[in-house]
Design a protein around this ligand. Structure first.
Ligand SMILES: C[S@@+](CC[C@H](N)C(=O)[O-])C[C@H]1O[C@@H](n2cnc3c(N)ncnc32)[C@H](O)[C@@H]1O
Length: 264
């Protein structure tokens, strides 16, 4: 009897999945998409998304009492309040029913903005989780983990599932990706740094360092902007690793250049 209930449930599930409208198959909630649509009716979607990220970062800069939101009020008029509603909705979705570490922002970006342009498809979350486990079964407190091409930061979120108290370092050449990673790190109270830089040439643009303060028994996240590359964790680490702990062996000039001389 149980088998037949299970079978019927499976049939129903397959039927529902197969008959859903394509838009339902999107990863982003209807609510988030509706708010974004209302905001972007007069503007280009990429521009509104960038404004949303800047708005989120401004809200998250709570320690600055001189924050100025007039840009949003002037540009979006009475609709500017939708930014806060969107941020609230994003926080709820990223909270993931209390578990956190969910890249709702990256999903939204892929569904509504990038559509895969410039290779902006992020690794599916289950694969990130698997790769995090394969890379490191355990992560110590304060251990540094790094994703040099972090995109929206979902690989760091996957590592965060193994230990939230690690130091998360990420970089990306794309400013929008960096801002998404900062918002994701903030929403999950993760410590570390996201740098906007070319991970191949090490050309640096700016970075955001994230930490939290214990205020009244609560860990409250905050971020600070880093414009000087010497202050960036990325370059501090590089200076350290550039000095090899083991001395480079010097070739012995006395050895005659004959076969097997290397093994003498
Ligand atoms: C396919 S995404 C992967 C993002 C993330 N690691 C993930 O697994 O979802 C590749 C990312 O690499 C970034 N990228 C490409 N070239 C880069 C470079 N030279 N330096 C830093 N980031 C780079 C892109 O902007 C993009 O966000």
């Amino acid at each position: 009897m149980y088998e037949s209930i299970e079978f019927n449930f499976l049939c129903l599930y397959t039927f529902v999945i197969n008959t859903l409208e394509p838009s339902w198959a999107l990863r982003t909630s209807v609510m988030l998409r509706k708010l974004f649509k209302d905001l972007s009716y007069r503007f280009d979607v990429s521009e509104v998304f960038t404004d949303f990220l800047d708005y989120a970062l401004l809200v998250m800069k709570w320690q600055d009492h001189q924050r100025d939101f007039s840009y949003y009020e002037k540009k979006y008029e009475q609709r500017h309040t939708l930014f806060q509603q969107m941020l609230d909705q994003l926080s709820i979705e990223s909270n993931n029913a209390g578990e956190g570490m969910k890249d709702a922002l990256g999903d939204f970006f892929m569904d509504e903005i990038s559509h895969g342009r410039n290779g902006q498809y992020f690794t599916p979350q289950p694969m990130c989780d698997m790769m995090a486990l394969m890379t490191s079964e355990t992560i110590e407190n304060n251990q540094v983990v790094n994703d040099p091409t972090c995109g929206s930061g979902r690989m760091l979120l996957a590592l965060g599932k193994l230990n939230r108290n690690a130091i998360f370092i990420g970089s990306d050449i794309d400013m929008t990706c960096c801002k998404m990673a900062v918002v994701n790190m903030f929403l999950n109270t993760m410590r570390g740094e996201i740098a906007c830089m070319d991970a191949l040439t090490m050309e640096f643009r700016k970075a955001w360092q994230l930490d939290y303060k214990n205020i009244g028994g609560c860990n409250v996240p905050f971020w600070v902007e880093i414009n000087n590359k010497e202050d960036s964790f990325h370059f501090m680490n590089q200076t350290k690793s550039a000095t090899p702990a083991v001395k480079t062996p010097v070739p012995n000039k006395k050895i005659k250049p004959v076969q097997l001389a290397l093994f003498q």
